[in-house]
Design a protein around this ligand. Sequence first.
Ligand code: ZN
Length: 179
Amino acid sequence: MVGTRKFSFIKKVGWVLAAMLLLGMLLPERFQMPVRNAGKASFHPQSFWYYPWGKSGTHKGVDIFAPKGEAVMAASDGLVLYTGNWKMGGKVVCILSAQWRIHYYAHLNAIQTHTGQWRSAGALIGSVGTSGNAEGKAPHLHYSILSLIPLPYRIDTSPQGWKKMFYLDPVEKLQKLYE
Ligand SMILES: [Zn+2]
């Protein structure tokens, strides 16, 4: 009896996880520019996967330049997974969004959200700064979109090209906003 009950519990958990995974895949993605008053001139169109790029090898995101203190907003709706100091990123915010993507916001001057908070696209999460390895450089938001689900079709022959299965191109997505 106990064994059967245990099995049905595991089955239930399995179904819930499967449903969550599917829901995460199906949720529509709202998307917007994450820096207030920024436009298509605020980032370099070739900055994604730029090589060579210091210790990281390639630049796995986009740098959006703005005055220090400018508002950083969630680019997409999601759940805040992490806020705090993270290595070269300095003050960072990580948000889990639709399609099991993690939106990563780095070099912040201030963080204005916390772990566990739901942030809609456009909601304030912090401000542009120079924290982490952006110290001494022009203030900018480093913004990356990671996919927790590997996307092998994105792999190419560029340096570290295999890692592209875990990174979406934010430049491509931002440029679409200005077409
Ligand atoms: Zn960067």
